[in-house]
Design a protein around this ligand. Sequence first.
Ligand code: MBD
Ligand code: FE
Length: 290
Amino acid sequence: MSFENLSTAQGDPTAHTSGNTATEKFKGESIKSDTSKERAGAIYTDLLAAIAEVAHKHQVTYDEYRVLKNWMIQVGEYGEWPLWLDVFVEHEIEKINYDRHHYTGTKGSIEGPYYVENAPELSWKCEMPMRDQDKAAQPLIFKGQVTDVDGKGLAGATIELWHADEEGFYSQFAPGIPEWNLRGTIVTNDNGEYEIKTLQPAPYQIPADGPTGWFIDSYGGHPWRPAHLHLKVKSPGYREITTQLYFQGGEWTENDVATAVKPELLLDPKNDPETGYNVVEYGFALDKED
Ligand code: MBD
Ligand code: FE
């Protein structure tokens, strides 16, 4: 078995470009944890025991061990650890940290590898920064209100929105796209409302021509995520939400490669025959900070 032999090299942007950009971005963030030595020891002991259990259960061969070692080296060289981890691991971490609390507000979902902070501020009623080719895609009006869990509107809350273009590319992670294309920080009005014009995103294929793609090919999987919007919603004194919204009945909502769809996060836009736009309302309810 060799992961590379199973590579199918499909389309751009190359895994190399987007992977290395995501890795460099991540390395620029502050990465630390106050984990004690005791806790670290307990986690590592159990982690190694879990690996040992799987290796014994499946009687892993030396060839398989060397393929794994080589693959891990390649994941690093392609800069794909942010991609692989966020696709295959982040949803469990998100669930653990959600379930630990008694939140009743809007559900979270994974952040994924393509968030960039400090996107330019936009008014409560706005159009996302887009190119002519993005404007030619199906327009989507995405509107609603940010409230507390009792329904009180939160003025001046921010909605950071980022999503892929009609070809499935994220600005700053694929070449040739303006820096803040389809990225913005929307500030709600006095009632906590927002109304954003953007484009209806398409199902998204994660970069499949690198080690994450070889990994998926090795077990006959698929590299698709359902069409999605990424969001971070913030208001002082309230729990910040990182989430994604998907589209009811859309392809891959039942078998997202990243396992990040929740029923509460499905939008059902209706086409307005007068404008030809898809229109949908969604309310974000923020829990109080604990
Ligand atoms: C994405 O756009 C994404 O949202 C995730 C979770 C992983 C890879 C690409
Ligand atoms: Fe995404």
